[in-house]
Design a protein around this ligand. Structure first.
Ligand code: GLU
Length: 554
C-alpha cells in the first residue's frame, strides 16, 4: 500500500506538514530542573477533589524557576460535556489559590504561546497529525457502522483496553485495499481513524513511571480508535499530539490511566515522537461499608471541591490535607515547621504514596483546626470576612462593624503557646461566637439546663459577678474573686469536700463558673470566660444582666 497516497485520499484538503507546528511551537527554554506539567480536565462537571489533589501535585512539581503549569481543556467528548463546566473548573481553581501559569482561563483570553489550549479548537492541527500517521503506515480508516459505539467506549477512558488482555484486536477494516477505501470515500462514507498496532499483547513491556519506577504492562495489540468519524480525536491521540506540541515534560495524571499507557506509548513511537515520562498519581478513595472505593461524584458531597469552599475550610488547609495524602511525611514536617508556607515543604515524587489514599473528613478537620489555630487574629478576621462576603453577607456586616472588637474576639486563646483548636471551617464560627456578635436579646437562654437554684439567688449571683468584675483585674485576681463569690453563695470550692457532702452545697466551683458562662453566652462550653468578659466589657455585661433580669421575671 502506498501510504502517502492513502493519506492524500483521506485528507485531501490537508496541505500542512507537521513540521509547521514544530516551528510554530518551538521547544521551551527551561532552566535546569524545571518541569512543564499540565492539568487537563474534561468539562464534564465541577472540580473533583481528585482534580484538586492533582493540581496541588502540579503546584509542588513546578516550583523551580521557569517551570510551567498549564491548563488544557479536553472537551472532545461532546456528549459528556456540561455547559460552562470549563470556566467553572478554572474559577474553582482560582478560589483554591491555584493559578496556572499558562493555558485556558475560562471566560478570559487564554495565556501562552502553545495554544489553543482547548482541544475542540485544535481539530485542524489533529488532522495534520492524523494525515502524517497515515503516511507512516500507522493508521487506517475504519468504515464500520458500529464505529461510533466503539469510539464512545474509547472516549470513556478506553476501558476496553485491559492490561491483561492478550488478544490481538484488529479491526476488519485494517485489510481494506486502497480501491475499497477509495470507493467508500467516493460514496461519502465517514471514517474513523484507527491505530495500526504492531504490538504483541503477549509480550510484556516495562514502563518507567516517575513515581513507581519500572512497571510491567502488556504491549498494546489493539487498533484503537484515534479519531472518531466526526473528525474529533479521542483522548489518546489528542494527549500524544498536544503534550508533544505543548512541550510537556511530565504527564501527571490519575492512576486509572495506567491501564491504557501501553497504547499511548505505542502511539508516541508510531509518530516517532520522544516519549514523555508519566507520573500516575493515586486515586482518592473512601471507606464505604468497610470497602475501599473511589470517591463518587454522585454519592459523596466531599467529591465536589466546592463543598469545602461552601463550608469555609481555609483553602490552604484543604491543600495541606491533600499534601498529607500525597507525601505522608508532610504532617511531621508541618509539626517541625509550624510557621512555614506549605510550598516550602520538600515535596518529592519518590514519596508519593503508591496505594490509593483514603479521604478522611476527621483528619481534614484536624488539619484545618491546626491550620486555623496557627493563624493570627487578624488573619482569622480577614479570611472569615472574605468567606462571609460570599456566603453570609448579612452576618458580615455584623462582624465587620467593629474590626478592633472582632480582632479581640478572635484573639481569645489565640497567638499564645497553646491556642484553642475548636474551629475547622468558617461556617462553624457563627454558632461558636454568636454571643460575641449577635444581639444578646436573641440568644436563647434556659437556666434550667445549668442550675436548679431559684431565680432570686441566681440573679443576685450574676449581679454580684458583674459588679465585682473589672477589666483591669488579672486573671488570677478575677479567679480569686470568683472563688470567694462562689463560697459566699453556697458553692463548694474544694472538690473533695463537695464529693463527700454534695447535699450541703448549691454546687461546686465548676458548676458556679458554668452558670456564669451560660448566663452571658448562652453556652456551656466556650473559650476562656475571663477573656470573654474582658472583651465584652463591664458595660455590656450590665446590659446582658438587664436582659437576664427581665427574662427571669418573665
Ligand atoms: N481529560 C482527562 C481526564 O479528565 C485527562 C487525563 C490526563 O491528565 O491526561 O481524565
Amino acid at each position: 500500500m502506498d501510504y502517502n497516497k492513502l493519506a492524500d485520499l483521506l485528507y485531501p484538503h490537508v496541505d500542512k506538514n507537521i513540521n509547521k507546528f514544530f516551528e510554530k511551537y518551538p521547544g521551551r527554554k527551561l532552566l535546569n530542573g524545571a518541569v512543564v506539567s499540565r492539568f487537563a480536565p474534561s468539562p464534564t462537571g465541577y472540580l473533583h477533589i481528585g482534580g484538586l489533589f492533582q493540581c496541588v501535585t502540579h503546584e509542588m512539581l513546578t516550583r523551580k524557576p521557569s517551570s510551567v503549569f498549564y491548563l488544557r481543556l479536553e472537551d472532545t467528548d461532546q456528549k459528556r460535556e456540561i455547559e460552562n463546566a470549563g470556566s467553572l473548573l478554572y474559577e474553582t481553581l482560582l478560589k483554591f489559590g491555584i493559578e496556572p501559569t499558562e493555558g485556558y482561563r475560562g471566560n478570559l483570553e487564554e495565556r501562552g504561546m502553545y495554544g489553543p489550549y482547548v482541544q475542540s479548537q485544535r481539530l485542524d492541527i489533529y488532522k495534520v497529525f492524523a494525515k502524517y500517521l497515515v503516511s507512516r503506515g500507522r493508521a487506517y480508516p475504519c468504515f464500520c457502522e458500529k464505529c461510533e459505539d466503539k469510539e464512545e467506549i474509547a472516549a470513556k477512558r478506553e476501558q476496553e483496553i485491559e492490561a491483561n488482555n492478550t488478544t490481538i484486536d484488529h479491526d476488519p477494516c485494517r485489510k481494506l485495499s486502497y480501491e475499497v477505501v477509495e470507493e467508500n470515500i467516493a460514496m461519502g462514507k465517514a471514517f474513523a481513524l484507527r491505530l495500526l498496532s504492531k504490538g504483541n499483547p503477549e509480550a510484556v513491556m516495562e514502563v518507567d513511571d516517575l513515581g513507581r519506577g519500572k512497571r510491567k504492562i502488556r504491549e498494546n495489540g489493539k487498533d484503537i480508535v484515534l479519531i472518531k468519524n466526526n473528525g474529533v480525536p479521542v483522548y489518546s491521540f489528542a494527549h500524544v499530539v498536544d503534550d508533544t506540541l505543548m512541550g510537556t515534560t511530565m504527564v501527571v495524571r490519575g492512576e486509572d490511566w495506567f491501564q491504557s499507557v501501553a497504547s499511548h506509548i505505542e502511539l508516541f513511537r508510531a509518530f516517532g515522537f520522544e516519549e514523555i515520562p508519566y507520573l500516575h498519581t493515586p486515586n482518592i478513595c473512601k471507606l464505604d461499608d468497610g470497602k475501599k472505593r473511589k470517591l463518587s461524584k454522585r454519592k459523596d458531597p466531599e467529591a465536589d471541591s466546592r463543598y469545602f469552599l461552601e463550608q469555609g475550610y481555609p483553602v490552604d488547609a484543604v491543600k495541606e490535607y491533600l499534601l498529607n495524602l500525597i507525601n505522608s511525611d508532610f504532617e511531621d514536617w508541618r509539626r517541625a515547621n509550624p510557621t512555614k508556607h506549605y510550598r516550602e515543604f520538600p515535596f518529592a515524587i519518590s514519596k508519593i504514596s503508591t496505594s490509593n489514599p483514603m479521604f478522611d473528613m476527621v483528619k481534614l478537620n484536624d488539619v484545618s483546626k491546626d491550620y486555623i489555630a496557627r493563624l493570627s487574629a487578624e488573619d482569622v478576621y480577614k479570611q472569615y470576612c472574605q468567606w462571609l462576603k460570599e456566603y453570609d453577607p448579612e452576618y458580615l456586616s455584623l462582624v465587620s462593624k467593629n474590626s478592633d472588637y472582632a480582632f479581640e474576639v478572635f484573639n481569645i486563646e489565640r497567638e499564645c503557646e497553646k491556642p484553642r483548636k475548636d474551629i475547622s471551617c468558617w461556617s462553624m464560627v457563627k454558632d461558636y461566637y454568636n454571643y460575641m456578635f449577635a444581639d444578646y436579646k436573641d440568644i436563647n437562654i434556659d437556666f434550667a439546663t445549668v442550675t436548679s437554684i431559684d431565680n432570686e439567688l441566681l440573679y443576685k449571683i450574676l449581679h454580684t459577678y458583674v459588679v465585682l468584675f473589672e477589666e483591669s483585674l488579672t486573671k488570677d485576681e478575677w479567679f480569686d474573686r470568683l472563688k470567694k463569690m462562689a463560697e459566699k453563695h453556697g458553692y463548694c470550692v474544694n472538690n473533695k469536700e463537695f464529693k463527700a457532702n454534695p447535699e450541703a452545697y448549691n454546687g461546686n466551683l465548676a458548676s458556679f463558673c458554668n452558670m456564669i458562662r451560660y448566663a452571658f453566652t448562652g453556652k456551656t462550653n466556650t473559650p476562656d470566660l475571663y477573656s470573654i468578659c474582658c472583651v465584652l466589657g463591664k458595660e455590656e455585661l450590665f446590659n446582658r444582666l438587664d436582659i437576664i433580669k427581665s427574662k427571669l421575671r418573665g
